[in-house]
Design a protein around this ligand. Structure first.
Ligand code: HMG
Length: 464
């Protein structure tokens, strides 16, 4: 049975910091953020917002836009790594908020959980809900999968320049207008790792930045290898001699902790795929140097990162490779449109990959390309760590949805924060009643109880 994404909506908080202001305040070269990482603005949550409000606001948007009744929703999953309770699942808060609009008990029939595996958990949630539909369990109902996060790092840390916040919701059904997932090809890799993690009670993660960059690429590549085997054995794609699987993927969406990570990952995957093919000879000739090999080619990530001579040579080689016309062509055609939203918004952890998908639909459509029948590949990564690679095909009805996409109007009017304001927000110095913008038609947090008996209970209202 077909199953996939029927529609997609985003909710982005209306506060942001500008990368240049931020760089100046931290004594960094603004070019490092803008060109080096591909960060222009980072969305920041207001004092009266938490990841549950972001998720509920995204859900309300997609339900109102599609005139969906709560009865038509069979499942509501929230995937997040910004959880604020060890037991009560975030989808229960979201349902509580939606019932303020749709009436108490309106979602009583609905099932769902909160899922966690750093940034990849939304992909697992999508997969599980797709299979719920494929198994015929949905009985014509939709699933809502919401990915919602606040990417917040310690002040002064290198991660601080890759923050962001927001939620993306995907409406899944058996007659998707946007994208039908390819069956039986979803592939994963998993390994016990400490590249990025957030122990209990700590608001910000512990991060080994360069290690995480490399691990991301290794894990996604492993999942891609498994995907390749599945698409070939299931005969979804037939590879002709001299071809790579990436030749059969029209658009690629990667997890985007910062937009340039997408380009870095693409270069890594393409290099590994092309190395075995006749076209590589010509590329090596045009680069003018051989591809460097680490001293210990079968070593650990630590040994590769510790091999400074190799790292420097590999960095130089990658730079030259990404300038070749062959790579540029792939980058422009398959990836670049997915990076536009990330530059404006920043890292959304679980939601980053899907914000990229949303971005690529809008900006590829604007190029005048007919998207129907195009295959979209997804490279999902979550620290800790696991990767998932899967794909889908854009459906003939996609125009109904994509023609009205407008990122700027969907984000709405934003307010630029001064560095002082940002730091006050970062250090949680303000209460929910001291919000900086007063948005209408949105759910906001009004209170978190502190007395022993009700500690942690959250109250939300809908600002009509
Ligand atoms: P860093 O180490 O300070 O930065 O922090 P860098 O030295 O690697 O520089 C970044 C880029 O800017 C480099 O480009 C520099 O050359 C360039 P590259 O060589 O890689 O192409 N650059 C400049 N360009 C122009 N003008 C300049 C200039 N200076 C430097 N003046 C790091 C970077 C990503 C490590 C840091 O921000 C960090 O720790 N971030 C958080 C962790 C992270 O995002 N990891 C990504 C992979 S893991 C992941 O994606 C999972 C995650 O989303 C969590 C989850 O799963 O839940 C994080």
């Amino acid at each position: 049975m077909t199953a996939g994404i029927d529609d997609i909506a985003i909710y982005i908080p209306r506060l942001y910091i500008d990368a240049s202001d931020f760089a100046k305040a931290r004594g960094l070269d603004p070019e490092k953020l803008q060109k080096g990482l591909g960060v222009a603005q980072m969305a920041i949550v207001d004092t009266n917002q938490d990841p549950a409000c972001l998720a509920a606001n995204a859900c309300l948007k997609i339900m109102q836009k599609n005139k969906l009744s709560p009865e038509s929703i069979g499942r509501l999953y929230v995937s997040t790594e910004s959880s604020f309770d060890e037991s009560k699942a975030m989808n229960s808060y979201v349902i509580g908020m939606l019932e303020q609009v749709y009436g108490q008990g309106a979602f009583e029939h609905c099932g769902g959980v909160e899922t966690k595996f750093a940034c990849v958990s939304g992909s697992y949630a999508l997969y599980d809900n797709t299979n719920w539909i494929r198994a015929g369990e949905a009985e014509g109902k939709y699933a809502l999968v919401v990915v919602s996060d606040i990417a917040k790092y310690d002040m002064g840390s290198s991660g601080e320049m890759t923050q962001g916040a927001g939620a993306v919701v995907m409406l899944l059904n058996d007659k998707p207008r946007l994208l039908a997932f390819d069956p039986k090809v979803t592939s994963t890799s998993i390994k016990d790792e400490y590249d990025f993690y957030r122990p209990f009670g700590k608001e910000t993660p512990i991060v080994h930045g360069q290690y995480s960059n490399l691990l991301y690429m290794i894990q996604v590549r492993k999942a891609l290898e498994a995907y390749k085997k599945k698409v070939i054995s299931s005969q979804l794609i037939k590879l002709e001699p001299g071809e790579t699987i990436l030749d059969h993927i029209d658009f690629l969406n990667m997890h985007l902790p910062y937009s340039n990570m997408g380009k870095k990952a693409l270069a890594y995957l393409v290099r590994h795929e092309w190395r075995q093919l006749p076209r590589w000879k010509k590329i090596i000739q045009s680069i003018g140097i051989e591809e460097p090999i680490p001293k210990d080619p079968r070593g650990t990530i630590e040994s590769v990162l510790g091999d400074q001579e190799f790292m420097a040579k590999d960095h130089a080689f990658t730079k030259l490779f990404t300038k070749t016309s062959e790579f540029q062509e792939v980058y422009e055609a398959k990836l670049s449109s997915s990076l536009i939203a990330s530059k404006m918004i920043g890292n959304l952890y679980t939601a980053s990959l899907y914000l990229g998908f949303r971005s690529s639909l809008e900006f590829e459509f604007q190029k005048g390309i007919d998207l129907a029948g195009k295959r979209v590949g997804f490279g999902s990564y979550g620290s800790g760590s696991s990767a998932m690679v899967f794909s889908g095909v854009i459906q003939p009805e996609y125009k109904e949805i994509v023609k009205d996409m407008n990122l700027e109007s969907e984000i709405g009017e934003r307010r630029k924060l001064t560095l002082n304001e940002y730091e006050e927000l970062h250090e949680n110095k303000l209460g929910p009643e001291e919000s900086m913008v007063h948005s209408k038609h949105e759910f906001v947090l009004v209170d978190v109880k502190t007395d022993a008996e009700f500690r942690g209970e959250r109250r939300y209202v809908f600002n009509a």
